[in-house]
Write a protein that binds this ligand. Structure first.
Ligand SMILES: [Zn+2]
Length: 422
């Protein structure tokens, strides 16, 4: 057997064993719109195939007529998938051609060089993020506190960084988590950006100064460290955590379906192989347990909850698990509307807004709904850039603009809520 052939077989075998998803130069992301119910069914079938990954929506069950579906298709399946689409008269186009180059661009500059940690215009590996958090807590001992709230399935630490202004104790706090979903790299990038911005511009920027003087800010930059690490080493398209169980070959629970908020009802899946698998029971996952334990013990002080995701540019609030409106629906609607118009005015970018169920689709077990039902009445989920041009593969040179927009929305809401709480 020729060495090259042998090597190819070995790599393929290694991939099967490690459950990895090998990307290649010819992989593409397609935007496909189903019009008839027959096309919806067919598209659900195609997107359940192993060599495709749904980018939008998160699961085949969420596919509906007349809403564009973003589907990552591996080169080996591209001819078969496009032929099927053409045969059945689908409207579709190529959204992204050069996925492999984009992935390389996102990881090329990674280095454990301490001096470069925390810079804005690139993404950071898990080790880099831990290093940044340790270094920041050493550099700002009077404004930060690093809190270990638990550990992941693979025993990676879950660190919360508490930010406070240089003042006495306050009785209000906000919470922000990033990186629940592994492949949404702009999310942890925003948490790191926010930390740097807050510490650098405290006493210079009036908005962040007000926030730090009136609130303790708890930030969990990476809620799903195992999944995030896996996206750097093995499969860039991974969404869930990396929990394994004895009775299934499939790995991972969707942490944003594992909270105890109408858990595992319509909009989640009890199939461990699904990307929206809800887990064996509510709060079964150590990452979710760590967050809920911390928030339960701080729920008297935490007034605002933010969960940062990507992509699709949306500012959302509860509920996602039901179409029913929350008691203060109009109040939160006004807040996200104002935040969205700030982004439009300052950055000329469109963000849709509204309750999760009405704006995207029904999704139970989410963190923002759970936080809201715990009594945190200002609870939000943001979907950051972009709207599908690059999707999860947002190039590093767009990190800063995505973070500026996200911060504009956070500060608009927080400053308005602070006035209400006075
Ligand atoms: Zn997400």
């Amino acid at each position: 057997m020729r060495p090259l052939v042998l090597l190819t077989i070995l790599i393929a075998f290694h991939c099967v064993l490690r459950n990895c998803f090998c990307t290649s130069e010819q992989d593409k992301v397609l935007s496909i719109t189903a019009v008839t119910q027959e096309q919806v069914n067919l598209l659900q079938n195609i997107s359940s195939h192993n060599e495709t990954v749904l980018w939008q929506p998160a699961s085949p069950s969420h596919i509906t007529a007349n809403t564009p579906v973003h589907l990552y298709v591996q080169s080996s399946s591209l001819a078969r998938v496009t032929e099927q689409l053409q045969t059945h008269g689908f409207l579709f186009r190529v959204l992204l051609e050069n996925t492999q180059r984009l992935i390389q661009e996102q990881t090329r500059n990674d280095t454990t060089d301490p001096k470069s940690s925390g810079t804005n215009e690139r993404y950071h590996s898990l080790e880099d993020i831990y290093h940044f958090l340790n270094k920041t807590s050493e550099d700002y001992p009077d404004m930060t506190k690093l809190i270990l709230i638990g550990s992941s399935f693979e025993k990676n630490p879950l660190f919360v960084l508490k930010l406070s202004g240089r003042r006495g104790p306050v009785d209000k706090a906000m919470w922000m988590d990033c990186g629940i979903h592994a492949r949404e790299w702009i999310s942890p990038a925003f948490c790191l950006w926010f930390i740097k911005f807050a510490l650098t511009f405290y006493k210079e920027n009036p908005d962040i100064t007000t926030m730090l003087d009136k609130l303790d800010i708890y930030i969990l930059p990476i809620m799903n460290p195992d999944g995030y690490k896996y996206t750097w080493t093995t499969n860039r398209m991974w969404r869930k955590n990396r929990a394994s169980r004895d009775d299934s070959l499939c790995v991972g629970v969707d942490l944003n379906r594992n909270f105890d908020a109408n858990w595992c009802t319509k909009g989640a899946s009890s199939n461990p192989c699904s990307d929206i698998y809800c887990g064996q029971y509510p709060e079964s996952e150590p990452e979710v347990q760590a967050v809920t334990k911390f928030l339960r013990s701080h729920k008297d002080v935490v007034k605002l909850y933010f969960s940062i995701h990507s992509y699709s540019q949306m500012l959302l609030f509860p509920y996602s698990y039901t179409h029913e409106q929350i008691p203060n629906h109009n109040e939160l609607y006004d807040l996200v509307q104002e935040a969205s118009s700030k982004i439009r005015r300052h950055y000329r970018n469109q963000y849709r807004f509204g309750s999760g169920a009405k704006t995207i689709y029904i999704a139970p077990g989410g963190s923002d709904d759970w936080a809201y039902d715990q009594g945190i009445k200002y609870s939000f989920t943001f979907e950051l850039q972009d709207r599908g041009q690059y999707g999860f593969l947002l190039p590093p040179n767009l990190i800063t603009s995505a973070c500026n927009e996200a911060f504009a929305a956070v500060k608009t809401i927080v400053l308005r809520v602070l006035v209400k709480l006075q």
